[in-house]
Design a protein around this ligand. Structure first.
Ligand code: PGA
Length: 262
């Protein structure tokens, strides 16, 4: 059975209390879903991480951070280092979310330093990529994704690819004003992404899970997950109620053909 991936980034929304409540419900609701057929991860705010780690069964829900500096320590006021996240015992680190790239002006070269730092410290690195509406209008989406992947994963060895994940999130599809990509468009871009991963890492590169994100909801999740090159869904708003996320996961798994109970 091929494993499918479901994740959510809580962005800058939930407080510690809200995060713990959310994780508790999500864990309870999804407890009966066999994890050999799916992986579930949640990325809370920094302030919630320590309590989240203490209170979550990580066999059921993996936990990650939304960002990280690449240096172990230094003069980087306001940033968090991999050593600090390691101390918490997190599973994964998200790198290069669209809001980091576009609001905070992070570059591909910086994302690459973060990917390498994450791997050096034993985290799974979730690299987010995606073209803007302008890139799409100019017809350079595939080229932009290729650049983001090639620079983002530059210097990463084949032996590390089991700790890589990619989230493809077209910038124009994210958030309240986002327009979700059609399943056909998403599949086409996922194929391009897999092609680049294959060029970089050989056949094993095709094993790197590539998740689709950007306005995923109950209405489009099933069409997306059944696409051949989509290995999972990275969900924002539609996942922030535990019961809604549980339903989205179950419906997607059913559409995909994976059993939801052991
Ligand atoms: P959204 O967010 O599902 O609310 O569009 C997706 C994301 O930013 O990862």
């Amino acid at each position: 059975m091929k494993k499918i991936y479901f994740g959510t980034n809580l962005k800058m929304y939930k407080t510690i209390r809200m995060t713990l409540e959310y994780l508790h419900y999500l864990e309870e609701l999804t407890r009966d879903i066999g994890r050999e057929g799916m992986e579930l991860f949640v990325i809370p705010s920094y302030t919630s991480l320590e309590r989240a780690v203490e209170n979550t069964d990580r066999r059921l829900v993996r936990l990650g951070a939304q960002n990280m500096n690449w240096e172990d320590e230094g003069q980087f006021t306001g940033d968090i280092s991999p050593v600090m996240l390691k101390e918490l015992g997190l599973d994964l680190v998200m790198i290069g979310h669209s809001e980091r790239r576009h609001v905070f002006r992070e570059t591909d070269a910086e994302e690459n330093q973060k990917v390498k730092a994450a791997l050096r410290h034993g985290f799974t690195a979730l690299l987010c990529i995606g073209e803007t509406a302008k890139d799409k209008a100019y017809g350079v989406s595939a080229e932009v994704l290729r650049t983001q992947i090639k620079i983002g994963f530059s210097g990463v060895g084949r032996e590390e690819i089991h700790r890589l994940r990619v989230a493809y999130e077209p910038v124009w599809s994210i958030g309240v004003h986002g327009i979700p990509a059609t399943a056909e468009y998403a599949e086409k871009m996922h194929r391009e992404i897999k092609k680049v991963l294959g060029e970089l890492f050989g056949r094993d590169g095709l094993e790197i899970p590539v998740l689709y994100g950007g306005s995923v909801n109950l209405g489009n999740a099933c069409q997306l997950i059944v696409q051949e090159s989509i290995d999972g869904l990275y969900v924002g708003r539609a996942a922030w109620e535990a019961s809604a996320f549980d339903r989205l996961i179950r419906e997607s798994m059913e559409a995909y053909g994976n059993q939801t109970t052991e």
